[in-house]
Design a protein around this ligand. Structure first.
Ligand SMILES: *Cc1c(COP(=O)(O)O)cnc(C)c1O
Length: 414
């Protein structure tokens, strides 16, 4: 980044320091990952200079000879990877993709049924602080108090009681796989659109280690930067009959010009995801999460739902005498980064909740395996017991750095 260092050393240095941070820390934030250099090059390319409102072959600006091809390649790769009828690769990110889905199917004031934020749903699934909860009549389902699992009978009763136009299935912090067939049956029973938000687990679906919502959902949104390991962006997949409505809702409904540099980087990431190596990556993410969950449970950590079937887990720290924020801050000092998170029926506030959320997408990208998961669980156990012991945190930080040095972040994945 020689030009940046020359012109704006202040920003250049901060980026360099952030790169060091990403290399030297164990990153357990479940929504984060590392992209390949190939994806990074496309993201940082001159495609950022081009305006392309519209779609391939139907643009409002000239000069689309290359852009039309790039967008078509991205769409074709996404269709192939997920087996979808139709794909829109223009949403700026996951939240705008979700907004476009609402615009395509419902009017203000109409009812949506989604997973409650404190139980693992996303802001955009009807939270009162989000446009999805302000403009629509949002009803939410949560986890069963006794099992910590989704209860499909409860979801069905809520659906029959409230008659939502859209049922949202998907989550940011639920460690179990979803039963899309059951969601489909419930949606059919009340005549709702089934909208699956696979932002978190899209990479697992792509890698064949999580059931695919494609045969069941009317419409699916995803981010491209979580387990799918692409640039920051969003996509919408849908059945052929909804293609026109979705395209219209994205542009001109919610957005102007697509981010062509991101579209190109999505195409590159999808090429990586179509390679057999990605299947191994996805399967190792799950093995790592299972190993980490087992070890943490053996050390007395209380996992919401009792374990994990995907890349993430939510830890309820109430039995450990430490809050989510205290734990996350202590872990960060020790070089292990996560986020604090509300747990179901949390008695604490969202900004200082009782749990933490961790995931294995990033550490798996850098080559960590079951053995490293054991080490992480061991460190977390020590930290939970003694979270304000600065000396302990410093000692762990050194060990973490040594482990990171031994498994540097790769630049090429395929
Ligand atoms: C991350 C996430 C989103 C939003 O993605 P952004 O790119 O942050 O806007 C939407 N839905 C779910 C379930 C998510 O986990």
């Amino acid at each position: 980044m020689s030009f940046l260092s020359q012109f704006d050393p202040q920003i250049a240095e901060l980026i360099k320091n952030e790169e060091d941070r990403q290399n030297n820390k164990i990153r357990l934030i479940a929504s984060e990952n590392y992209v390949s250099e190939a994806v990074m090059e496309a993201t940082g390319s001159i495609l950022t200079n081009k305006y392309s409102e519209g779609y391939s072959g139907k643009r409002y600006y000239e000069g689309q000879q290359m852009i039309d091809q790039i967008e078509t390649i991205a769409i074709e790769r996404a269709k192939k990877l997920f087996g979808a009828d139709h794909v829109n690769v223009q949403p700026y990110s996951g939240s705008p993709a979700n907004l476009a889905v609402y615009l395509a199917f419902i009017n203000p004031g109409e009812t949506i049924l989604g997973m409650a934020l404190p139980h693992g749903g996303h802001l955009t699934h009807g939270s009162k602080v989000s446009i999805s909860g302000k403009y629509f009549n949002a009803v939410s389902y949560g986890l069963d108090e006794s099992t910590g699992l989704l209860n499909y009978d409860t979801i069905r009763s809520l659906a029959l009681e409230h008659n939502p136009k859209i049922i949202v299935a998907g989550h940011s912090a639920y460690s179990r796989q979803l039963d899309f067939k059951k969601f489909r049956e419930i949606a059919d029973e009340c005549g709702a659109i089934l909208f699956v938000d696979m932002a978190h687990f899209a990479g697992l679906v792509a890698g064949g280690v999580h059931p695919s919502p494609v045969p069941y959902a009317d419409v699916i949104t995803t981010t491209t930067h979580k387990t799918l390991r692409g640039p920051r962006g969003g996509m919408i997949l849908c059945k052929a009959e909804h293609a026109a409505a979705i395209d219209k809702a994205v542009f001109p409904g919610c957005q102007g010009g697509p981010h062509n540099h991101t579209t190109a980087a999505i195409a590159v990431a999808l090429k990586e995801a179509l390679d057999p190596a990605f299947k191994e990556y996805a399967s190792q993410i799950i093995k790592n999460a299972a190993a980490l969950a087992d070890e943490l449970a053996a050390n007395g950590f209380n996992l919401v739902t009792g374990g994990t079937e995907n890349h993430l887990m939510l830890i309820d720290l109430r039995n450990k005498g430490v809050t989510g924020k205290q734990m996350a801050k202590a872990m960060d000092k020790a070089g292990i980064v996560c986020n604090y998170n509300s747990v179901p029926n949390d008695d604490r506030k969202p900004f200082d909740p009782s749990g933490i959320r961790i995931g294995t997408a990033s550490v798996t990208t850098r080559g960590f395996q079951e053995e490293e998961m054991k080490k992480i669980a061991g460190w977390m156990t020590k930290i939970a017991m003694d979270h304000d012991n600065e000396e302990l945190l410093l000692t762990i930080e050194k060990e973490v750095r040594a482990l990171c040095d031994s498994l540097p972040v790769p630049k090429v994945f395929v």
